[in-house]
Design a protein around this ligand. Structure first.
Ligand code: ADP
Ligand code: MG
Length: 621
């Protein structure tokens, strides 16, 4: 059969160009990527052979080989894993099945070391061969098939595909090394790269012509004793399983021996993985059964709110030939899951108390995800509430709910919070002025998930959560602090005048507001908008509107601060009858101002501009 010439997908070409011409540092990682693929290929076949033993064709001893031909200047990486069919070669090596490459190209920083590290992270590992080789040949035969295929490319836009000969299943990758990459043809250099990056690979890696000892330790890392594993080895393993290149923030390695027996090696990353907020919310732990890889897509293994964890779980009790579908409902799996959750939450609690600063890093990365558990995992709600940390109006760092409750004022009967998009804007909110005056702490919540767990959870211990923006938040029972004595109230406009003003505003604003009323929650602002007790919180309404989940604007309550000089003056005018046009303008202007401060849109910006100009002109006259 003749050789076909095919084009790479445009994204692949772009990527290859960068890989081949711009990345010079840390090039040795190409070997880690090829070995990692070879090891994955062995894992895949081992799994498929559970149900189709014929695929092994009598050869169940998996291995990876490295060979050098100094004369030809080539390095060969061979495995007897699952291999690739013609279609698989095209799909896996010629197209970008995942969106990873696009994201990779966008994230290139120009810093070569960082960019090289990005390669593995985005699953474009195979292409890293072109950092060191100017021509790559892949000869592969899919287990169970008779034909083999040769894929060849110089990484410049296309590749050739033709039938080839291969005695048995597996994949051979032949790299023709660039002139400046000949160092990777040296035995010593190769061994040291393998030792550094691939020691944890469970399949033995051997140098060709040397059938003695494998270069790597070749036993699954998690089966070894903790005392025999160095931090570096844990780190390399984490990089391998997680496709990540940060340091693990936390490493949890242990064996559960009880009703169910399993080993787990879990990592909490030190930075946010890119897929953290993907809609599928899939957990990412790899499941093994007695050292055989089963799946990295096992829904029942961890709850979605722990999806930031990476690593492996190896069960002694699950049947080997269990299908991925059957796994979901397996009682052993449910036990493993609750064991893992318990272990992880326990360890996080320990970090939260023993290493506060370090825990803050974790919380900033994954707090928003962990909080999903507050309404999804009711059994662990209390533990999760203890793990939760918040920004607040009175503390610089993060506070726990126990801290907050310990600081509550006499007469305060709720944990107050306010939700919004960012802490700085929230801190300026007029709703908080009264709280600040009374020295009452308010939690500042900025994660979308906060709108969901708060109503579901309702309280922490004896204390209910209450939104500071809700009309009912009443601070009258809390004693005033010394800096802001209640005497400030004496400067308020006289009640009958204010009543007239309120009536005039109500008449003018009509349906645009739900109500107009006097309030003591402000000290510096003249007005603010609040949601009625039973209405949806304003931040939640904004969020839902943005996602087109609701489209109507519900009218809010406009609150007036009777102590504010502007309100006092307007109240005087309201008493004087004659100036209704001016009062009408003032009503609209103040409502629009309250909307702006709240981050709500102004429905009629032209009218707002006209009224503002009129008011300023009158002021200048
Ligand atoms: P990733 O390993 O993250 O999927 P790679 O670029 O490293 O990305 O590899 C792309 C795909 O090519 C793999 O997912 C796999 O399907 C296939 N592949 C690569 N090397 C091998 C191999 N040695 N044996 C079988 N399949 C392979
Ligand atoms: Mg790979």
């Amino acid at each position: 059969m003749v050789k076909e010439e095919l084009r790479f997908e445009a994204e692949v070409s772009k990527l290859l160009d960068i890989v081949a011409h711009s990345l010079y540092s840390n090039r040795e990682i190409f070997l880690r990527e090829l070995i990692s693929n070879a090891s994955d290929a062995c894992d895949k076949l081992r799994y498929e052979a559970l149900t189709t033993p014929g695929l092994l064709d009598g050869d169940g001893a998996f291995g990876i080989g490295l060979g050098v031909d100094a004369e030809a200047g080539t390095l060969t990486v061979t495995d007897n894993g699952i291999g690739m069919s013609r279609e698989e070669l095209i799909d896996n090596l010629g197209t970008i099945a995942r969106s990873g490459t696009q994201a990779f190209v966008e994230r290139l920083s120009g810093d070569q070391k960082k960019d090289t590290n990005l390669i593995g992270q985005f699953g474009v590992g195979f292409y890293s061969s072109f950092m060191v080789a100017d021509r790559v040949e892949v000869i592969s035969r899919r287990a169970g098939q008779d034909v083999a295929w040769r894929w060849t490319s110089d990484g410049r836009g296309g590749y050739g595909l033709e039938e080839a000969a291969r005695d048995s299943r597996g994949t051979t990758i032949i790299l023709r090394m660039k002139d400046d990459a000949k160092e990777f043809l040296e035995d010593f250099r190769l061994r040291s790269v393998v030792k550094t990056y691939s020691d944890h690979i469970a399949v033995p890696i051997r140098m060709a012509g040397d059938d003695k000892e494998p270069v790597n330790t070749a036993s699954a890392l998690w089966t070894r004793s903790r005392n025999d594993i160095g931090e570096e080895q844990y780190k390399e393993f984490y990089h391998h399983v997680a496709h990540a290149f940060d340091e693990p923030w936390l490493t949890l390695h242990g064996k559960a021996e009880g009703v169910v027996e399993y080993t787990s090696l879990l990592f909490v990353p030190s930075s946010k993985p890119l897929d953290l907020f993907d809609v599928d919310r899939k957990q990412k732990i790899k499941l093994y059964v007695r050292r055989v890889f089963i799946t990295d897509d096992c829904e029942g293994l961890l709850p979605p709110y722990l999806r930031f964890l990476r690593g492996v779980v190896d069960s002694e009790d699950l049947p080997l030939n269990i299908s991925r579908e059957m796994l979901q409902h397996n009682p052993v799996l449910a036990k493993i899951k609750s064991g893992l959750v318990k272990k992880v939450l326990g360890e996080l609690a320990r970090k939260a108390t023993d290493a506060t600063d370090d825990y803050a890093t974790f919380w900033d990365n994954f707090g928003a995800v962990l909080k999903e558990g507050l309404y999804e995992d009711f059994a662990n709600k209390d533990k999760l509430l203890e793990l939760a940390r918040f920004r607040s109006t009175t503390a610089d760092g993060l506070v726990s709910l126990a801290d907050y409750v310990g600081r509550m004022k006499d007469g305060q009967d709720a944990i107050y919070y306010i939700t919004g998009e960012d802490v700085a804007a929230l801190k300026r909110s007029p709703h908080l002025e009264g709280f600040r005056a009374k020295g009452v702490e308010v939690l500042l919540l900025t994660d979308p998930v906060d709108e969901f767990w708060l109503p579901a959870v309702g309280r922490f211990g004896d204390q209910p959560f209450k939104s500071a923006t809700k009309a009912g938040s009443d601070l009258d029972n809390v004693a005033a602090t010394e800096e802001t004595p209640d005497a400030a109230r004496s400067e308020e406009a006289p009640a009958p005048q204010v009543e007239r003003l309120v009536a005039a505003f109500k008449g003018t604003l009509g349906e645009a507001v739900k109500d107009v009323r006097v309030s003591h929650r402000m000290t510096d602002s003249a007005v603010c908008l609040v949601a009625d007790d039973d209405d949806m919180d304003m931040n939640l309404a904004r969020m839902l509107r943005r996602h087109q989940r609701i489209d109507d604007d519900m009218p809010r309550i406009l609150e007036l601060n009777p102590g504010h000089p502007l309100v006092r003056r307007l109240a005087e005018l309201a008493d004087g009858e004659a100036t209704s046009a001016l009062l009408e303008d003032a009503a609209h202007l103040l409502l629009d101002q309250a909307r702006i401060v709240e981050g709500e849109p102004v429905p009629d910006p032209a009218a707002f501009a006209r009224r503002l100009a009129d008011a300023v002109r009158r002021g200048l006259a």
